[in-house]
Design a binder for this molecule. Sequence first.
Ligand code: NAD
Length: 487
Amino acid sequence: MATTTASGFIHGAFIGNRMVTAASGDTVPVIDPANGEVFTHITECGAAEVDAAVAAGRAALDEGEWGRMPAFERGRLLARLSQAITANAVELAALESRDTGKPARQASADITAAARYFEFYAGAADKMHGETIPYLNGFFVATEREPHGVVAHVIPWNYPAQMFGRNVAPSLAVGNAVVVKPAEDACLSVLRMAGLAAEVGFPAGALAVLPGRGAVTGALLSGHHDIDYIAFTGSPAVGEMIQVAAARRAIGCTLELGGKSPHILFGDADLSLAVPAIVNGIVNNAGQTCSAGSRVLVERAHFDRLVGAIAEAFGRLRAGTPEMDLDLGPVINPGQRQRVERFCDQAERDGIALLAQGSIAGNVPDGGLFVAPRLYGPVDPANVLARDEVFGPVLCVIPFEDEAEALHLANDSEFGLLAGVWTNDGGRALRLARRIKAGQIYINGFAAGGGIELPFGGVKRSGHGREKGLAAMHELSTIKTIIQRHG
Ligand code: NAD
């Protein structure tokens, strides 16, 4: 969805099934992370566009076709959108790579995942039902699931297409009118998929996408007087603001705020499985993944062998442009690169050994925002590198003596999103899985961000509420209880 105006090529907002540019004329430049150059602009939605999108959603629910549409028909529309995403996968993947810098294969996998979200929730749309409840004599009681109403989804730049599927598909499946505020750094695939939604027949008002900066468009949307629920994925600092905005109006919110997810690696683990999963779990998307496994707790008696295997794999990693399609691409923007470099400089000042470092391909453009993947250790559990979310391809290793210490270290974090346990002792794995405080625990596997069917979300400062799976449909809907006296 783009237009050419006096100020150049601009990607507009998507409201009422039409592309519009902001009345203010404000725009935000978008850079290509692989060369650091501005390659396009997005419109920046202000109060007029936020009002229009929310009003269109309200009208679609109260007066329009969307609010009256049977669940199975919503499901059919979702299925058609899934097919349209698949049919346009090559174009969408290219957009996603340009916008985020992702290697071609990773962008392509993200588009496949976005299509899968719509496919999964297409099938689920007409399978969410209420219950009957035994009550007093002479009464019949039933519950039904209702949409919240107009739902604001504020999403980040790390997986724009996947985040669109993860948020929008379950929200539309339960019948909400959806207003998406994608991240200013990367929103082109989201705008394109919104266009596809209109093409496959979603009625006007069911879905709007409002590009713009967080402090402008995001703040206006999350503080809007007529939204009924907010779903947010991003930084803890903005998550706090979202929760305050929701509290002011006593509406609900889901917060997904990232983590410092640990792997616990025992000496008896199958390293042929563990090493690639641990390495991929931190370098996929250049480490900019909320559920990245960014700490490896390693059994001290086997430290050299286990860490040696990870270091060997780390040393082989290569960063490059999307077209080079190597292990990782650039990070999203100069601020993010500075953030990662700050952590690495601090680690060096703190005297932490650099155990291995990947490389950056020699022929990348000068302005590209590349960061070489780094493995540090042993790291003191109190060190900032072991505690804070770097959001880059930086992994730290921390030794432990025994199961009890491993559990203590895993839980010694303000976050609680994912964890991986690697051991051939099934009892030990299950004991740990049941006592680690996190929303998802993998045993002998790890897929940061994977699993459309699997409820996902955090505890503690990683946030609250669940996305993915059928749990997302529960989160994005509410229960009405109908009590009828029949005598
Ligand atoms: P952010 O929280 O600022 O942005 C996430 C989304 O919130 C974007 O759409 C943004 O425009 C919007 N936003 C920003 N300020 C807002 C406001 N005041 N009101 C409403 N919406 C607002 O995240 P970021 O600046 O893009 O990244 C900073 C850090 O956040 C990263 O380094 C990383 O640690 C973390 N992060 C986490 C995730 C995740 O998946 N959990 C994703 C992206 C970033």
